[in-house]
Design a protein around this ligand. Structure first.
Ligand code: PEP
Ligand code: MG
Length: 325
């Protein structure tokens, strides 16, 4: 279907049976926006802000952050921009933050854990994001949430930060939404509880897979065990979609799986309607989605969920996709 991709430029992302889909882009800086526009991204579903911190030799000041976030928000002209708070640690280290060596960095002091511990860093970023929210439709996304207490603490700090801005008369979007990355199995399993306390979920399959199957996502020796087709991962995704739907909150996916042609039909069948991916995958995903009928895929998704191995799931998904060509 490669040849047909340019045909879908400028078209809506809607399935054959009329289900409207949001196809958004993952970005790391305002420099990525060209790619977003070239590929027709309908919003920014994941802004990985850590790259701003990597490109700097010190913690980036509030104004520097604000300007970058604002530039992205303004360029998107009212379309959603989901800004993820600092997600470092694991394989992503910052030299100027002296974080003690850990035996298991992926299970260690990272992302929201670091931000809740170093609140002065977190608050500077939240202020910058809130200020940028006055320029468009911003949503805040907290990474690596693994317990309700963490979500509550992050939200409390966000509220304090809003109060500070209010008292200074600094404008921001009072109705700004905040959500969580569901990328740790505990958050997926408890997603019924999380759904009552947050505005949206964004499923991060890159980490969700590694934590579900206990395989470091960067370990090449074990890459055969790290699979987006693992049925345990599919079941976690299904749980999150069902719990999000039951609570009436939006559920998106921003891990690599969201742009995987073989998984898209199954994800649609499970009820996913918001996909965020590398800009270069967007037109392909639109082409596929416009050739699918959600109603026909619900049963196929259940079938995939009933399988026992990643190999069987992958083969099943490949066959489904072939019926489209
Ligand atoms: C993920 O974990 O799926 C994700 C989107 O975040 P990152 O790849 O930045 O960890
Ligand atoms: Mg992640």
């Amino acid at each position: 279907f490669r040849k047909s991709l340019t045909e879908v430029r400028g078209m809506k992302t809607v399935t054959l049976d009329g289900v409207e889909i949001e196809l958004e882009a993952n970005v790391a800086s305002p420099k990525d926006l060209d790619d977003v526009f070239k590929n027709d991204g309908e919003g920014v579903g994941l802004y990985r802000t850590e790259f701003l911190y990597f490109d700097s030799s010190l913690l980036p000041p509030e104004d520097t952050q604000f300007e970058q976030y604002r530039d992205v928000v303004v360029a998107m002209t009212g379309r959603p921009v989901v800004i993820r708070t600092l997600d470092i640690g694991g394989d992503k280290k910052l030299d100027y933050l002296s974080i003690p060596e850990e035996q298991n960095p992926f299970l260690g002091y990272r992302a929201i854990r670091l931000c809740l511990d170093r609140q002065e860093i977190f608050k500077v970023q939240l202020r910058a994001i809130l200020r940028a929210s006055a320029f468009g439709q911003v949503r805040i996304l907290f990474p690596m949430i693994s317990s309700l207490e963490e979500l509550r603490s992050a939200k409390a700090i966000l509220e304090e930060t809003k109060e500070d801005l209010r008292s200074l008369g600094v404008p921001f979007d009072e109705s700004i939404q905040s959500g969580i990355m569901v990328e740790v199995p505990s958050a997926a399993i408890l997603s019924d509880h999380f759904a009552r306390e947050t505005d949206f979920f964004s499923i991060g399959t890159n980490d969700l897979i590694q934590y579900a199957v206990a395989v470091d996502r960067g370990n090449e020796k074990l890459s055969h065990l790290y699979s987006q087709y693992h049925p345990a991962v599919l079941r976690l995704i299904k749980t999150v979609l069902d719990n999000g739907k039951a609570a009436g909150i939006r559920v998106g996916m921003c891990g690599e799986s969201a742009g995987d042609p073989k998984l898209i039909p199954i994800l649609l069948g499970m009820g996913l309607t918001e996909f965020s991916m590398n800009p270069s995958s967007i037109l392909q995903a639109r082409w596929i989605l416009r050739n699918l009928r959600k109603g026909d895929l619900e049963e196929a998704a259940l079938k995939a969920l009933s399988l026992g191995t990643a190999e069987e799931v992958e083969e099943y998904c490949s066959r489904l996709l072939q019926t489209l060509n």
